[in-house]
Ligand binder design. Structure first.
Ligand code: DC
Length: 219
């Protein structure tokens, strides 16, 4: 079975997806982590992540692997585990920049589809229901107000020891929304076949419970 969860940054997708995966005994693939890992790796190599030609030229030398380790996921680029380095606001912007380039998307989508084929899986991202897994059994679109999303991201970052102001996070989220929604190739957009869940006034546990009700046919 395949479950797709899409939506903008900070809507709570990964917490909700992780909870639903745990309840159903499914794998959870965080596709944002893959864009983050490739963005950080290219920046490490001195490449300007907004330069489409430079990013695309570098792609053949980038080898990405995703491994499941119990209920967590590890993303390696050229043998290096990137997992601990991809959660900063800077990594988020680098991810959003490289995600606009078709060569990057094609490479990661191919790996995402190959990974999905082996498991009952929940995947979250921006284009999962619309493009990566168009035949997914269930498709959700999670969103929330920019303020609610910024508050959530601030709490997540604090937990990781990063103290970033809410204003800064909200500005970053708005920039990233604009970039992810207005890119030419596979933009973030709610599709008619996705069930909309607005988490502005809902906890992530409530959102996960709502998804579980629908998947279990109790809605
Ligand atoms: O979900 P996230 O915030 O970790 O994603 C980081 C960036 O990666 C996001 O701003 C856009 C890009 N992304 C994408 O274009 N497509 C996906 N399926 C997942 C993420």
């Amino acid at each position: 079975m395949q479950i797709a969860i899409d939506g903008p940054a900070g809507a709570g997708k990964s917490t909700v997806a992780r909870e639903v995966a745990a309840q159903l005994g499914f794998k959870y693939l965080d596709t944002g982590a893959m864009y983050r890992a490739i963005g950080v790796a290219l920046a490490d190599a001195g490449i300007d992540t907004a330069d489409g030609a430079a990013v695309t030229d570098a792609l053949p030398s980038v080898e990405m692997k995703v491994e499941f380790d119990g209920d967590s996921q590890k993303v390696c680029v050229n043998g290096q585990d990137m997992t601990g380095r991809i959660r900063s606001p800077e990594a988020a912007m680098q991810a959003s920049s490289v995600a606009a380039f078709p060569g990057v998307r094609d490479k990661l989508v191919e790996l995402q589809r190959r990974t999905a084929a082996g498991y009952d899986i929940i995947m979250d991202g921006r284009d999962i229901g619309s493009y990566v897994l168009p035949d997914a059994d269930y498709k959700f679109y999670l969103t929330a107000s920019p303020r609610a999303r910024a508050e959530r991201r601030r709490r997540d970052l604090l937990r990781l020891g990063q103290d970033v102001s809410e204003e800064e996070i909200e500005a970053e989220i708005r920039r990233r929304d604009a970039q992810d929604m207005h890119r030419e190739y596979a933009p973030l957009r709610q599709a008619p076949d996705q069930v909309l869940i607005d988490t502005t006034a809902m906890s992530q546990q409530e959102a996960a419970a709502e998804i579980l009700r629908i998947v279990r046919g109790q809605a």
